[in-house]
Design a protein around this ligand. Structure first.
Ligand code: AMP
Length: 284
């Protein structure tokens, strides 16, 4: 595995790989690697001959009150994990290399980016879209794998790459979970042991929604209210949002219609840690 920090060097390697007809897959991360990231790498390995991983804690997708400075950055450990997962190139630029003096451009992804995560994190999706387009331009991938854990982010990236005619195929990967259902996340390390226990309410709310829709209920708003009550059984939980949405537009959905797909999306703060999760269901 080759570690590269310079964007121009990464770009010229990617260009020459393309000239050699290599099929390139990229997995973009902010590091602090866990099973979720590794599941994306396995999918990339199945589909691509050359796999590039990027590790970049992107300052412009964090709000001023958010955890940019305390975000975990265990680089040595990440590099070892990336190597054993079969990464060919690990691209780890600095913020100054990605946003040199004079950098001015931003991508605005449209209405999707002001709902839910975008409403609670103004500017977040513009920051994500901007860095994703830059990293695609630098790594020149044929495919890019993103986790459904960040389902709205995945929808924004699909929108932006489609709108801007970026030739890279965007592939979604299933959510990796721990044995009690908590979605793996770099932010889980912030949880105290009591908070970690309480964090299982997110998956319990999902299981409840799965059970109720599974027995044919279509009153999504009521199911979401009931699932919300499960979240509140955790004493330190504060729900930012918990709602069924149309799986494509992320517009809130009250009632399920036959043949359509929906997603239960949620963001819950447990103490000072903000967790997100979601679950997709197709109405028969
Ligand atoms: P992050 O490092 O948190 O920015 O995540 C990098 C990529 O890994 C994104 O595409 C995430 O959606 C994906 N990812 C993070 N956690 C998980 C998970 N538990 N399951 C699947 N994908 C994940």
């Amino acid at each position: 595995m080759q570690i590269i920090t310079d964007p121009a060097e990464m770009q010229s390697i990617a260009e020459s790989l393309r000239l050699q007809h290599q099929f390139i897959g990229v997995v973009m991360t902010m590091g602090a690697l866990h099973e979720g990231h590794l599941s994306l790498v396995r999918l990339a390995r199945q589909k691509a001959g050359t796999v590039i991983m990027t590790i970049f804690v992107n300052p412009i997708q964090f709000g001023p009150e958010e955890d940019f400075h305390r975000y975990p950055r265990p680089f040595e450990q990440d590099a070892a994990l990336a190597r054993s997962a079969g990464i060919d190139y690990l691209f780890v630029p600095s913020p100054e290399q990605i946003y040199p003096e004079g950098f001015l451009t931003a991508i605005e992804p449209g209405p999707l980016s002001s709902l839910f995560e975008g409403r609670f994190r103004p500017g977040h999706f513009s920051g994500v879209a901007t860095v994703v387009v830059k990293l695609i331009n630098i790594t020149r991938p044929h495919i890019a794998i993103f986790g459904e854990k960040d389902a709205q982010q995945l929808a924004v990236i699909r929108q932006v790459t489609r709108d801007l005619n970026i030739g890279t195929s965007i592939i979604g990967a299933p959510i990796a979970r721990q044995s009690d259902g908590l979605a793996t996340s770099s932010r889980n390390v912030y949880l105290s042991s009591s908070e970690r226990e309480q964090a299982t309410v997110l998956y319990r709310a999902i299981q409840y929604a799965e059970q109720e829709t599974g027995r044919g209920r279509s009153d999504l708003a009521a199911i979401a209210d009931e699932a919300g009550a499960i979240i509140l059984t955790a004493p330190d939980a504060v729900t930012d949002y918990l709602c069924f949405v149309d799986d494509e537009t992320f517009e809130p959905a009250e009632e399920a219609a036959s043949g359509k797909a929906y997603r239960l999306v949620m963001a819950v703060r447990i103490g000072t840690t903000r967790l997100i999760d979601n679950w997709r269901f197709a109405c028969p």
